[in-house]
Design a protein around this ligand. Sequence first.
Ligand SMILES: [Zn+2]
Length: 543
Amino acid sequence: MANEHEIAPEELAEPETEAAREETPLSQPESEPDEGAEEAPQSEPDVPAAAEAESEAGCAMKMGWQDGRRCGHKVHAAPVEIDERPVCLMHSNDPNKQSGPLFDAFWLEFEMILDEAGENEAHFDRFVFPRADFSVRKFKAICRFYCATFTRWANFGHVTFTQNADFSGATFTKDAEFRAAIFTQNADFTRATFTQETIFFDATFTQDAKFVRATFMQDANFIRATFKQNADFYGATFTQNADFEFTKFYGTAKWRWCRFLDQAEFRDIKFLAKEPKAPSAVFSMTRFTKPGEIVFEYVDLSRVLFLNCDVSAVWFTSSVKWARRIGYRGFAVFEEKILLDPVLSKEIWEFGTIDHGAVEQIYHQLQKNYDARLDYRMANNFHYGEMEMRRLEPPADGPFIDLRWILPRWMNLLTLYRLASDYGNSYAKPGAWLLVTLLAATLLFPILGLEQKQPKPGNPAGNAIVTYSSVWNRQDTYTNNRWTEAKLVIKSGITAIDTATFQRNPEYTPVYPRGRILGILETLLTSSLFALFLLAIRRQFRR
Ligand SMILES: [Zn+2]
């Protein structure tokens, strides 16, 4: 194997160490522990007596987690109390492994395992690695680093994994370097611990990438990384900076239940999910301990879920993109789309319960967020969605609960509020309704009759009631008749304005009783609409 071998070739040229000889016959993973025990005493004459006794059963370390198979390799004579139980060189914590003959023996054995595996599974489960430099290598085997410990720098820079790479449960005690690494199949870092700096800069994950419950104790650098399928960071902890800049996600990026304890930057991220109905990223139940340190910049958030995640103080720069509502009614979050689409809400259930209250909460937090930054215009954009959720929410308590359940959902005051002014967002709407009301009153008053209250001197028709038909003189010309009708409409218009503006001594008043009722209705409507108009103006232009 190993045409791309890069591991200390000059050191490997000197294999005749005791340790190396101890390890070589033991690379038979299938061997029963008994067989190992039989071989052990014969092959090694100068192992100390104590170690010899312990070695009878071979290394007791469990390989993998399913089959419970034991390592069975020859026990390594480590200094006292280094290992909890007798284990082989690969599993030993012996610090002497870091250099010299033991270092060579370790890597010789490693290469043999990899060689034997060919394109099958190569098991390095629970191995304790000394300084590991794999840069630019190509791993053709399925690499299992399950629960392995990298005690020094682990350099996987520019490495290519042709098949699955399993680092689940692995511990990187020092820096973990995966710069420009290529994972051709699945990459599994479930429950991995990255103690120091972690670099996935420019890495490519061709299939699913799992960082489920991984712990990043220092900076995690995913700058320019590419995730061609889903990336799952479920329950991961980012203790220090998390950098996702220029990162590309072709599937869904899941940061559900993640904890960001310090800074996190989501800049220039490209969410390129092909499936338009799937969310591009999920932050449900994600916790931001220092929300002011979380930055979203040049990111399309139109399909990002923030369900049950407090975003009220997260920093969204003016460059982020939200999904627009139809008809310039502000922005909509993706949760609302899922909630209101019965098919979608059945398909997308795994990220938590999406109900009206939850979506309303997101809108409310986004409003609060922009309000706190004095960006009232942006804050307004989320007001419509919040009110819409409140309007559509099934009644849960309050008076007349039974009645409200029977009535159609739209039948409530909020529907009127929406109709009149888009929940206070539009001042054009109440303005238009105001004009419509005045016009309707103007045209209706003459049908019911207008009464002249202040007869002009010399006008004998004082107190006369005029209607459309009463001013129509059949003997006169058609043009003259039209003029008198037009004059009546103008008078009626003035009356409508008088009524709307509470004039005390109008020239004409609508006749009692029906005209008066209409007048009262007009007054109520116009004053309410005017109030809505003023409120909307205030909302739009507040400072
Ligand atoms: Zn072992």
